[in-house]
Design a protein around this ligand. Structure first.
Ligand code: AMP
Ligand code: ZN
Ligand code: FE
Ligand code: FE
Length: 281
């Protein structure tokens, strides 16, 4: 069974509509696919329906922006109840902040000579939760940079870059608590990505496990093989699951759907963790 547990659609910063993800997953030879858009559950219903039509098993998910101390991390929440108000309210706050932050980032870009507008960035984002990839696309359209990757540098909107504005986000502990209260299972996404400024340390992982973390995303395109084996070892030591996924973003990233996958027994254990969390809440 081939399982990809981390993908993005046009509901956040992917380029494929939610309803088109399951058919693509099937073409890629996957039997199970999760949709995990940034800070929104908006694509889940459409993707779930399309999955039934395509004969692909669907795992509903979300990738929540949060932080450990002042460093941003991403928490994957699987099988969350889309009607759980504390979770949906918090996601709405994050999206509101994303929208305000985009205005400020555009302002800073303009101060550094980039002729882009917030209207243009909003048009690129459409109904999606607005993010830096949309600002990057506007910078490309304006001829400021040749490629989106060039926008993610210190010159522009890379982490801590001169035009970057950090998100105001909840702590990872609180995000884990919300996922569990919403009946879901929490997995920390790409914790040692080479794109990150700071790694999530072993000690920080131990604290997250106390807070209820069910798994670590071990196999990911931004983890080198040595990082993967260290994380796999750590997951075993901490008694949590090791997942794998592509973090597919359509045309926005070079990775293929299904390039990294999760073993069947790990998905089964995630499901069991979800049930346990749901009944404890
Ligand atoms: P945001 O959530 O608005 O802070 O934007 C983060 C998104 O930008 C994530 O989907 C990242 O994968 C993407 N991103 C971060 N760094 C890069 C990069 N160097 N090239 C392309 N996309 C990136
Ligand atoms: Zn993304
Ligand atoms: Fe992420
Ligand atoms: Fe992601």
């Amino acid at each position: 069974m081939t399982i990809d547990l981390h993908t993005h659609s046009t509901a956040s910063d992917g380029t494929v509509p939610p309803a088109a993800i399951p058919a693509l997953a099937r073409e890629a030879g996957l039997e199970v696919v999760a949709l995990t858009d940034h800070d929104t559950l908006a694509g889940l219903a459409a993707a779930g329906r399309a999955a039934r039509e395509a004969g692909v098993e669907f795992v509903p998910g979300v990738e929540i922006s949060c932080r450990i101390d002042e460093v941003e991390v991403h928490l994957l929440g699987y099988f969350v109840d889309p009607g759980h108000r504390p979770l949906t309210d918090e996601l709405e706050l994050i999206r509101l902040d994303r929208s305000n932050r985009a205005v400020r980032m555009v302002h800073r870009c303009r101060e550094f000579g980039a002729d882009i507008t917030i209207e243009q960035v909003r048009a690129i984002a459409g109904t999606a939760a607005i993010g830096r990839p949309h600002v990057a696309a506007a910078l490309v359209a304006a001829g400021v940079v040749a490629q989106p990757a060039e926008a993610f540098t210190d010159r522009w909107i890379g982490d801590g870059g001169r035009a970057d504005v950090p998100k105001h986000v909840l702590t990872a502990e609180r995000a884990i608590g919300l996922v569990r209260a919403a009946g879901g299972a929490a997995v920390l996404a790409h914790p040692r990505s080479f794109k990150r400024r700071a790694e999530v340390t072993d000690a920080q992982f131990a604290e997250l496990v106390v807070a209820g973390l069910a798994g670590i995303e071990v196999d990911h395109p931004e983890h080198e093989p040595t990082v993967r084996s260290a994380l796999r070892h750590l997951a075993t030591e901490l008694g949590v699951l090791a997942t794998g996924s592509s973090d597919f973003h359509g045309d926005r990233k070079p990775v293929r759907l299904g390039e990294f996958t999760t073993p069947r027994e790990v998905l089964a254990a995630l499901r069991a963790a979800q049930v346990a969390a749901g009944s404890a809440a």
